[in-house]
Design a protein around this ligand. Structure first.
Ligand SMILES: Nc1ncnc2c1ncn2[C@@H]1O[C@H](COP(=O)(O)OP(=O)(O)OP(=O)(O)O)[C@@H](O)[C@H]1O
Length: 311
């Protein structure tokens, strides 16, 4: 196992940011941490890399306890933090060199690794520039170069695609897969379920400091396999309509966003659909379109917690 987290608890004053979390990550995995803002993803990551000390529980990275062997453990970890951490007054290449030296690299080895990291992130041509002039996506890529310069066995990326342009986003997602192919185990946190679904094998869904479900994307979807999802675009929606729909036998949840009503349901009888349409018509909501879809990870989250992943 690359990561073994057992009964991890981290409290801030009265709030349990991480509440009895257990996670095991095997070598070679791209492991996804999915959850809304405040779920406890970053706090768990911070405990892994030693930025916060847990109240109780244990963490082992490649067999070494983080409480006992922090220095050794950190040599095996590369962290791409949620908030970009680079020096604006150092050139791109100098930034990567700085982090390389921190990890004990020197001389030719340092030079070669810095070049490899900058080439990998597509920034070698921009190495002599100051990141002040870089776009958000390029700064993020520079941050990745800094985190991988020492070729760590475990790479942790905390929401690396937040605030980046689509081109850099694709670059980052491709590089996650490539780093994994080159032998690194990856932890990837996000509240974009499409990204997690695209690159991750195993996924832990977190909410309120707890892991509420764990497995592959297919396994998680099987948790709600008997359910279907219907998206109905309506001209106008009222709370009365939502309340009445929620009374219909078989409807698991009914939420509305931008005039699109998402209904998760289990069809219990032939009259189900007519009853839904009848109710909507009764409230003069005017149906513009209806779409029936297979459940997504977002739906799994909705069913398990009763709320949306992105509020
Ligand atoms: N240093 C701190 N002091 C007090 N409370 C904190 C601290 N760090 C985190 N928290 C609280 O712990 C909870 C979990 O936060 P955390 O940042 O781990 O969530 P997250 O899942 O990473 O969310 P996001 O996607 O917004 O980063 C939140 O309620 C947060 O307000």
């Amino acid at each position: 196992m690359v990561v073994e987290i057992e009964n991890l608890v981290k409290e801030f004053k009265e709030r349990k940011a991480v509440n009895n979390v257990n996670i095991s990550i095997k070598e070679g995995e791209i492991f996804g941490f999915l959850g809304p803002n405040g779920a406890g993803k970053t706090t768990t990551i911070n405990a892994l890399v030693g930025l916060t000390s847990p109240n109780s529980g244990s963490i082992r990275i490649l067999g070494d306890s983080t409480a006992k062997h922090r220095k050794k453990v950190n040599k095996n970890i590369g962290l791409v933090p949620q908030d970009i951490a680079i020096f604006e007054d150092l050139k791109a290449k100098e930034n990567v060199e700085f982090f390389g030296r921190l990890y004990g690299l020197r001389g030719t080895e340092l030079k070669e690794r810095v070049q490899a990291a900058l080439e990998f992130t597509g920034l070698w041509d921009r190495r002599k520039e100051y990141p002040k002039k870089f776009s958000g996506g390029m700064k993020r890529r520079l941050n990745i170069a800094c985190a991988i310069v020492h070729q760590p066995k475990l790479i942790i990326m905390d929401e690396p695609t937040v605030g980046v342009d689509p081109q850099s986003r694709n670059h980052i997602l491709r590089s996650i897969v490539e780093l994994n192919k080159r032998g690194s185990t990856i932890i990837y946190t996000s509240h974009y379920m499409e990204e997690v679904e695209e690159v991750c094998g195993n996924i832990a869904i977190m909410d309120n400091g707890e892991v509420i479900a764990q497995g592959t994307s297919d396994e998680l979807k099987k948790l709600i396999s008997s359910e279907k999802r219907m998206d109905i675009t309506l001209k106008k929606v009222t709370q009365y309509l939502i309340d009445e729909l929620n009374q219909i036998d078989g409807i698991k949840s009914c939420t509305v966003e931008n005039q699109i009503m998402t209904i998760l349901y289990e069809q219990k009888n032939d009259l189900f659909l007519s009853l839904v349409i009848e109710t909507i018509t009764k409230y003069n909501a005017e149906i513009i379109a209806i779409d029936v879809e297979n459940p997504s990870l977002e739906d799994v989250f909705l069913t398990l917690t009763g709320k949306k992943l992105r509020d």
